[in-house]
Design a protein around this ligand. Structure first.
Ligand SMILES: [Zn+2]
Length: 190
């Protein structure tokens, strides 16, 4: 038996197990997934109460910050970096096509090509002339709503090239949580 729900931009996966106590785990390669195992007798709803305790919230935030920092350490082994890149690339390849299709429809734009690149200077970029979009492979470390924000941001450039009032007006109208997502990306950035 497993139940899943969203919590503060994380995916919480609850599994009932033959355990005495509740266990919380986050894997470094998936910092936005919180795995919780609970005793069979416990109600799923009780997990929400546990997670909403300030000390748990702090623990999760601290862990996620550490996980995103560990991606960026210069001394990171080459092999680890390759592995992580492959992991994030695969994740992005899985979710980007649907996100792009969804936002092309909403914004009424057409994206020509999407490339996933090993860039650390920016999360995404858009060539207005060619209609090509480039996404940083390291964006794959963030929750899906942040990835979606970058997609919306880059596709919005096909309507408005500058970061001006009109540009942010479009974001406000269609993706109001963009500010939160941008802040989260800044916190975890290189
Ligand atoms: Zn931009």
């Amino acid at each position: 038996m497993r139940k899943e729900y969203n919590w503060h931009g994380c995916r919480v996966q609850i599994t009932k197990k033959k355990v005495k106590h509740t266990n919380l785990r986050i894997r470094p390669e998936e910092p936005d997934v919180i795995r919780v195992s609970i005793p069979c007798s416990m109600k799923y709803e009780a997990v929400e109460q546990i997670l909403n305790q300030p000390r748990i919230l702090r623990w999760v935030e601290k862990y996620q910050k550490k996980a995103s920092e560990s991606l960026t350490k210069p001394e990171m082994q080459k092999e680890d970096k390759q592995k992580q890149m492959a992991f994030y690339r695969e994740h992005l390849q899985k979710i980007l096509p649907d996100l792009i299709l969804k936002w092309e429809r909403i914004l009424g734009v057409r994206c020509n090509k999407v490339t996933i690149r090993d860039t650390r200077s920016q999360w995404g970029s858009c060539s207005i002339r060619s209609g090509n979009i480039s996404i940083s492979v390291w964006l794959g470390a963030f929750p899906e709503e942040c990835i979606e924000y970058v997609v919306v941001h880059e596709l919005t450039h096909l309507l408005e090239t500058g970061h001006n009032a009109r540009f942010y007006g479009i974001l406000d109208q269609h993706y109001p949580k963009w500010r939160e997502c941008r802040a989260q990306l800044k916190r975890g950035s290189f």
